[in-house]
Design a protein around this ligand. Structure first.
Ligand code: GLU
Length: 415
C-alpha cells in the first residue's frame, strides 16, 4: 500500500515543475515551503458547558501575486501537512487562472457531523479571534472548504468586523448574498469543472453526452450533477457515492430528486430505485466522464488500473496519488488536474472580492460569463503547455502556475 503525505506530494510536484522551468535554487526552495504558518489552539465552549480545545492552522503559502486566498476546512483528519499541501495547491490554482492572488488554506481539527450549530459558531468565532491580525482583503481572504459553508463565512465575517469595528465584507468569500456574497458563487467550483470538460470534449472530439459518475456528493459533487446536462447538453449520471454509501442506476438518476434526497437524509444511500454498491466501485464504473469530488488520495495504485473513464475532472483537491497519475496517463485517460478543474470556486471568490471593493454587484449572467472566459482560457493555456513541454496535464498546469509565481517573486527582487 502506498503511504501518503499530501505535502510531500505537493513538494514533489513543485520540484518537477521547477526543474523543467530551470528555476534557480533559491526560487525553488522558496516555492517548496509556505511563507507563513500560524498554529492556533482554540478553547471553545461546548453545549454541555465544558470547554474543549481545538487545534487549528492558517497557512499563507505564497503572496507574491496578491493576498493569500483559500478555504478553511473543518475536518477530523487535518494535520499541518494536509493544510500545507492544500495551501500549496491554492497558490498554483490562483496562478493558473491568472488571478491577482496568492494561495493559502486553513483548517480546524473537528468533526462538524457531531456538532451543533452553536458549537460550530463558537469554533468559527474563536478561529477568527486567533487569526484576526493576519486576515483582510489585502492580507489573506478565507472561503469555505470541506464541511464549511456560507453560514460559517457569515459568522467569521461578523466576528472579524466586530473586532475591526468597521465593515470589511471582502475579508471572506462565498458569503450569503444578503451579506455581500456574489451571484454564482455556490455552484462556481462545479461550473468551472464542467466548463473544462466541455473544452476537453471539444479538443479531443469526445461526445460529452455519454454516461458519467461522481465520487463525493457535497457542494461540488451535487452542483456538478445538476450542471453537467445544462452545460454539456446531455449525459446520464449512473453512479454516485458519498461518505456513507454508493448507488448505481444504469438508466441514470433523476438528479434533482437525488439532491433533495441527499439534503433530507444526509446521504445518497437509500435513494429509491437505485441499487446499492460499494463506495469505491463508483470510480471504476463504465462511464465516459468521472468527477472525483471527495477528498485527497482517492485514486491510487489500488484502483487506477481499473478506471474506465475517458476524462477525469478533478473537482476535489489532490484526489489522485502520483503513482496513480502515471497509470492513468499510460492508459490515455485525459486527467483535468485539480488546480485547473476546481479553480472555478476561487475565480468567483475573486469576482466577489472585486464587487465587495467597489460596492457594485453584478448579475448572475455577468459572473457566469467572466468565469467561463477565465476557465476556458486557463484550460487552453495548460493544453498549450502540454504540447510545448511534452508533459501530462497535471505537470503542465503546475508549470504554468509555478512559472507565474516564480516570475512575481523574481520581479519583487526576492530571488
Ligand atoms: N475551497 C475552495 C478551493 O479549494 C475555494 C477557495 C476560495 O474560494 O478561496 O478552491
Amino acid at each position: 500500500m502506498e503511504s501518503y503525505n499530501s505535502f510531500h506530494v505537493a513538494q514533489k510536484q513543485v520540484q518537477e515543475a521547477a526543474k523543467i522551468l530551470n528555476l534557480g535554487q533559491a526560487a525553488t526552495e522558496l516555492l517548496l515551503w509556505p511563507q507563513r504558518e500560524f498554529k492556533f489552539t482554540l478553547p471553545v465552549k461546548m453545549d454541555n458547558g465544558k470547554t474543549r480545545i481545538f487545534h487549528a492552522w492558517r497557512i499563507q503559502y505564497n503572496f507574491a501575486r496578491g493576498p493569500a486566498k483559500g478555504g478553511i476546512r473543518f475536518h477530523p483528519d487535518e494535520t499541518v501537512d494536509t493544510i500545507r499541501a492544500l495551501a500549496s495547491w491554492m497558490t498554483w490554482k490562483t496562478a493558473v487562472v491568472d488571478l491577482p492572488l496568492g494561495g493559502g488554506k486553513g483548517g480546524v481539527v473537528c468533526d462538524p457531523r457531531n456538532m451543533s450549530d452553536r458549537e460550530l459558531e463558537n469554533i468559527s468565532r474563536a478561529y477568527i479571534r486567533a487569526a484576526f491580525p493576519y486576515l483582510g482583503i489585502d492580507r489573506d481572504v478565507p472561503a469555505p472548504d470541506v464541511y464549511t459553508n456560507p453560514q460559517t463565512m457569515a459568522w467569521m465575517m461578523d466576528e472579524y468586523e466586530t473586532l475591526l469595528q468597521r465593515h470589511h465584507p471582502g475579508v471572506m468569500t462565498d458569503k450569503p448574498q444578503q451579506l455581500g456574497g456574489t451571484e454564482g458563487r455556490r455552484d462556481a467550483t462545479a461550473r468551472g469543472g464542467v466548463i473544462t470538460v466541455r473544452e476537453a470534449c471539444r479538443c479531443l472530439a469526445i461526445d460529452p453526452t455519454g454516461d458519467f459518475a461522481i465520487q463525493g456528493f457535497g457542494n461540488a459533487g451535487q452542483r456538478a450533477a445538476l450542471l453537467h446536462n445544462e452545460i454539456l447538453g446531455g449525459g446520464r449520471l449512473v453512479g454516485v457515492c458519498d461518505s456513507r454509501g454508493g448507488i448505481y442506476n444504469p438508466n441514470g438518476f433523476n438528479v434533482k430528486e437525488l439532491v433533495t434526497h441527499k439534503l433530507k437524509t444526509g446521504t445518497v444511500a437509500g435513494f429509491p430505485g437505485a441499487s446499492s454498491v460499494p463506495r469505491d466501485s463508483i470510480l471504476e464504473m463504465n462511464v465516459d466522464i468521472l468527477y472525483p469530488a471527495a477528498l485527497e488520495n482517492s485514486i491510487t495504485l489500488a484502483n487506477a488500473d481499473k478506471i474506465k473513464a475517458k476524462i477525469i475532472c478533478e473537482l476535489a483537491n489532490g484526489p489522485t496519488s502520483p503513482e496513480a497519475d502515471i497509470i492513468l496517463n499510460k492508459k490515455g485517460i485525459h486527467v483535468i488536474p485539480d488546480i485547473l478543474a476546481s479553480a472555478g470556486g476561487v475565480t468567483v471568490s475573486y469576482l466577489e472580492m472585486v464587487q465587495n471593493s467597489c460596492l457594485d454587484y453584478w448579475s448572475e449572467e455577468t459572473v457566469h460569463q467572466r468565469l467561463d472566459k477565465k476557465i476556458s482560457t486557463a484550460y487552453h493555456t495548460v493544453m498549450e503547455a502540454v504540447k510545448e513541454k511534452k508533459v501530462h496535464p497535471r505537470l503542465a498546469a503546475t508549470i504554468v502556475g509555478v512559472a507565474r509565481v516564480a516570475e512575481a517573486c523574481d520581479l519583487r527582487g526576492w530571488v
